[in-house]
Write a protein that binds this ligand. Sequence first.
Ligand code: ADP
Ligand code: G6P
Length: 346
Amino acid sequence: AVSMDASNPVVIGLAADSGCGKSTFMRRVTGIFGGECKLNDIGRETNTLVSDMTTVICLDDYHKWDRTGRKSNPEWPDGITALHEACQNWDKMAADVTDLKAGKAVEKPIYNHITGELDPDEPVQPTPIVIFEGLHPMHDERVNEALDLTIYLDITDDVKFAWKAQRDIAERGATPEEVQAAIDGRKPDFAAYVEPQKAKADIIIQVLPSDLIEDPTGKFLKVKYIQKKSVTCAETPYLFDEGSELTWVPNGDKLTTSPPGVVIKSYDDEWFGAPVSVLEMDGKVDVLDELVYVESAISATGTKFYGELTEQMIKMKDAPGSENGTGLFQSICAFKIREAYESLRK
Ligand code: ADP
Ligand code: G6P
């Protein structure tokens, strides 16, 4: 699946913990380029998604050891988590990002999540957009430098617990203590190697519990779309008037919401010392078609026509987060990737 236009791919980094909605986000991104992503056709299991426009590479493929090797490494008698910097093959990751960005095909390793083994390499051809998603796209400066646009999906602890609990307790018979223990076990390496990247990202989608209502299911959320003012390849989205601080409670006759309603804000702020613009949405929307009313109030969404954002939301209506700010802001972020691609391609 090589496009005519792949001589200078635009490369995007998406960082997040596993189980935090990266696959869903990637489906929203690939959805706007038309054509579903298909599995790479090398005839065996792979984590790479390919379409004519986009390639999504999962950085788990750069794990240095297989599962057994990680758990029985004499250097770490107590075991080491897959999040640790010592567990990634940074040289290969940097070489592959650099080569793909230069329009060269690479032979990429595969970490097999089912067997925990490192499978034989697979060929990856450059496409106009190449997305590196995983735990650490911004940790190694060579990789970070090569990336044209970086995104960090920041799922705060309470929400992470709610989502994992929803799935593991309801569907896999886990106890709340087991869910908490699984999260706690990853926490030191997450805090040391994954989380610090959020200061570096160009765009951050931060997901917090709702301020409006107590909701253990994690559907009512306060979500922030944070974009650094230093970003030049995509405009900053805002509500009504750029630079103003605004709080908007949409008219309940035009936007059907679950009580206690929806609150949308737009303001300037600082993110680890860097000036940023923030769009914020708290609450839950009940009728996705009506999002066109919200869309009409947001400027610089990166859409090509009025209604395109709502159209994308409706197309993905069954995906997690469609009813709250996670879906809306991931979709805006997808349009920002398209905008970045169109402004950077040569
Ligand atoms: P990842 O690719 O990061 O492992 P997924 O996209 O597969 O994550 O999502 C993992 C799970 O997290 C989903 O099955 C769902 O239960 C939950 N989840 C993800 N995104 C959301 C969201 N926006 N709202 C609620 N739950 C979500
Ligand atoms: C993280 C990584 C995965 C890795 C897992 C460890 O979630 O993203 O790539 O597989 O940790 O689990 P495992 O069962 O392989 O030890």
